[in-house]
Each structure stands twice: as structure tokens, then as C-alpha cells.
Ligand binder design. Structure first.
Ligand code: NAD
Length: 380
């Protein structure tokens, strides 16, 4: 199985190295052969005089069974035209691989109920999946531009029925493996695109009578995520709203560094932590690798179909957090913390340990399946 690693910029290489270590632990524990290939993307490519998404990277992406990306973004390239920015690589790879569905789970990990800004009793039970449309809306709409005199600028928000329908189906399908509830988020009181969005979602919902649908304006949703995050199951929304709401969801569950994501199309799939390149902490062994490691778990599940292996990675994350291990972003007032490498190593060790315990259990009672919960497996 070919896994393409795209470390990218800033903390990207550090968190991808952590996730690779965990994937190697999975391969060793289950006897899989993962072949890793590494390519340049973002500022790392620009520094070598290449475009932000070099052709060789795109070709490797098309050939891979799964792609794990760190982050792109480098202050050195913050000026200049938008096609020569590291972030252009992300938009291009999503478009080229037609990755239109972005799944962003945000849940409170056991042991981290008090790591975020909310009261633990408000956060308790939070486990939402944000399904964000990824290849339409304001980020891609044409025309776009800045006037010659630099005094005005415009972008275009455009959605077609087809684009809304296919992302809505992803959300309803995901809800079927969870609590069967979809909240569709729009701004239908102001935007025509949102009025079409709402109508198409209602049309799609007819095919899913077992899933409960409600609608919420994006401003109300932002408020409710902060006030009652555990009330959500699946949030379905367009590109810009999903970008903002998922960062908010990350902040309330403790740290942006915890959040994974999967970008899926009808063929390819790309997995990346939700956070950016975090230049403020890059190279300091201070990044939380859990978002990248949980993204690797999503890769195992969605790209390679290895559900048990994905479960075990998530279980290992939970084990080390329950044991009290924390990276710097998860502690306050100078409490003890570990570095990126140590956190990844602990999760890799927990995988080996868990696998060993599972084998023991199977030997002792061959007909009894592991008692480990399948919740993560049913909640993508
Ligand atoms: P960011 O996510 O990089 O950082 C925001 C804050 O969260 C920073 O204080 C950072 O230190 C912290 N943080 C982020 N990830 C962390 C982790 N794993 N562990 C601990 N702390 C973490 O967002 P930003 O500062 O707005 O953007 C920095 C650069 O990243 C910009 O160039 C931006 O364009 C780019 N970016 C890239 C992506 C991506 O590659 N998908 C996403 C967002 C931003």
C-alpha cells in the first residue's frame, strides 16, 4: 500500500513524522507493508524554485493509495500573486483530485474535558462531524479580483445543484453511521446560494427518511457551537462557513492541534490535520501531532479500508491522553508537557501494547471478539 507523505511547511514535517511513526507501528503490529513516498508541496516546493504544487507531486498523488499532508504556509511567501503562494497548492490539489467532501470530526477526548475554554459540563459528550463542501463557493468562484486602482475587490459565491447534492449525500450517509441527525448550515435569509443550498438539501433528505434534518443560519450555528456543542451530530455546510466553524469547533475541544480531516472525492482521498503551518512554534518540537495522527487513522479507515487499525490508533490516542500525557498547547500555567516526538512515540507504543493485549485476549478466548468499543468506527 502506497502512502504519499506531503510534509509541507512549518510544523508540517514534525507532525507528519509523528504520524509516520504511528503508521509504522500499525504496519508492524498487523503485518502490513506500507510503502512511504515523500514529495514537496507549498513553501517547501517554492524554496526549490518549483511551483507550490509541482507536477511530480501531483503525479505521485494520483498514484498513491492514500495521501497524508502536514500543512502549507510560509510567511516568506505571503506577498506576491495568489498563484505563487504555498496555499495555492492546497486549492489546486483539491481541485485536481476533485476532493469535494471535507470531513472534520471534532470530539472531546476523554481526559481533555477541561482543556478547552468551555466548562467541562458544557463540553461533555461533544462529538460532531463537520461535512464541509470543499471545491465550490467563494474560494473558487469566478470572476474574482482586485481593481486596478486597488480600491475595490470582488469574489463570487456560486453553487450548482450537483455540487450541493453530492456533498449532502456524503453528510446523510455519514449520519447513518452516527446519531442520524444532520444540521444543514446556511445563510438563506440573505444569500441566494444558500436558498438553493437549503432546497437541494431538503430534496436529498427525502432519500434518507431515517435521518433527521434541521436547518440553521451560520451565525446561530457559530453561537450554538460555543453554547451547546454536544447538541450537534453532523453539520453540513458550504466551503467558507465550514472553514470557520471547524476552527471554532477545534478551539472548544481543547486545541486546533487535535483536529483531523479527510478530503474525499469519488476517487482520491487526502488526509490532513485541520491546523496550518503554525510558524510561531515551527522547529521547536512543540506541535501537537494528534491532529496528524488522527488524520492517519482516517486514512487507514477511508482510503485503505483498515477499520480495526484505525480504531486502534484512536484508542491509543485516548490511552495516552487518559494517562495524562500533554503537549504544550494542552496545558496552562507551565504545567509539564512533552514534545511532538515524545507524544507520537507514546501513541506508537500504545498501539503495540494494545495489539499485544488483543492477541493475548484472542488466545485466551478465541471465540470472543475484542471488547473495545466500535464507536469510533461507526462515527467517521
Ligand atoms: P495555524 O493553524 O497555523 O495556527 C494557529 C494557532 O494554533 C497558532 O498559535 C499555532 O501555534 C497553533 N497551532 C496550530 N497547530 C498546532 C499544533 N499542531 N500544535 C500546537 N499548536 C498549534 O493558523 P495560522 O497561524 O492562521 O496560519 C499559519 C499559516 O498556515 C498561514 O500561512 C496559513 O495560510 C497556513 N494555513 C494552512 C492550512 C493548511 O495547510 N491546511 C490551514 C490553515 C492555515
Amino acid at each position: 500500500m502506497q502512502i504519499l507523505l506531503l510534509p509541507g511547511d512549518g510544523i508540517g514535517p514534525e507532525v507528519v513524522a509523528g504520524a509516520k511513526r504511528v503508521l509504522e507501528a500499525v504496519a508492524a503490529a498487523f503485518g502490513h507493508q506500507f510503502t512511504f513516498r515523500e514529495e514537496l508541496i507549498g513553501g517547501a516546493a517554492l524554496r526549490r524554485g518549483l511551483p507550490p504544487l509541482p507536477e511530480s507531486t501531483l503525479a505521485a498523488a494520483r498514484a498513491a493509495d492514500g495521501i497524508l499532508l502536514g500543512a502549507v504556509g510560509d510567511p516568506e511567501f505571503d506577498t506576491g500573486d495568489s498563484s505563487r503562494r504555498p496555499e495555492a497548492a492546497l486549492l489546486k490539489i483539491r481541485r485536481e483530485l476533485n476532493l469535494y467532501a471535507n470531513l472534520r470530526p471534532a470530539r472531546v477526548w476523554a481526559g481533555l474535558e477541561d482543556a478547552g475554554p468551555l466548562k467541562p459540563e458544557v463540553l461533555a459528550g461533544t462529538d460532531m462531524l463537520i461535512v464541509r463542501e470543499l471545491t465550490g463557493g467563494l474560494y473558487y468562484g469566478e470572476p474574482r479580483g482586485i481593481s486596478e486602482d486597488g480600491n475595490s475587490a470582488h469574489n463570487t459565491m456560486r453553487y450548482s445543484r450537483m455540487e450541493i447534492e453530492r456533498i449532502a449525500r456524503r453528510a446523510f450517509d455519514a449520519a447513518r453511521g452516527r446519531l442520524q441527525r444532520v444540521t444543514s448550515v446556511d445563510k438563506a435569509n440573505v444569500l441566494e446560494t444558500s436558498r438553493l443550498w437549503r432546497q437541494v438539501v431538503i430534496d436529498v433528505a427525502r432519500d434518507y427518511p431515517d435521518v433527521r434534518l434541521d436547518h440553521m443560519y451560520v451565525d446561530a450555528c457559530a453561537m450554538k457551537i460555543a453554547l451547546a456543542p454536544s447538541s450537534f451530530d453532523v453539520i453540513l455546510t458550504e466551503n467558507l462557513f465550514g472553514d470557520i466553524l471547524s476552527d471554532e469547533a477545534g478551539a472548544i475541544v481543547g486545541s486546533l492541534g487535535l483536529l483531523p480531516s479527510a478530503s474525499l472525492g469519488d476517487g482520491g482521498a487526502l488526509f490532513e490535520p485541520v491546523h496550518g503551518s503554525a510558524p510561531d512554534i515551527a522547529g521547536k518540537n512543540a506541535a501537537n501531532p494528534i491532529g496528524a495522527i488522527a488524520s492517519a487513522a482516517m486514512l487507514l479507515r477511508h482510503a485503505l479500508g483498515l477499520n480495526t487499525e484505525a480504531d486502534i490508533v484512536e484508542h491509543a490516542i485516548e490511552t495516552v491522553l487518559r494517562a495524562g500525557l500533554r503537549t504544550r498547547d494542552l496545558v496552562t500555567n507551565g504545567a509539564p508537557s512533552v514534545g511532538t516526538g515524545a507524544m507520537a512515540a507514546a501513541i506508537a507504543a500504545a498501539i503495540a501494547q494494545q495489539r499485544g493485549a488483543d492477541s493475548e485476549e484472542r488466545r485466551a478466548a478465541p471465540s470472543t471478539r475484542s471488547a473495545r468499543s466500535g464507536r469510533a468506527a461507526t462515527r467517521p
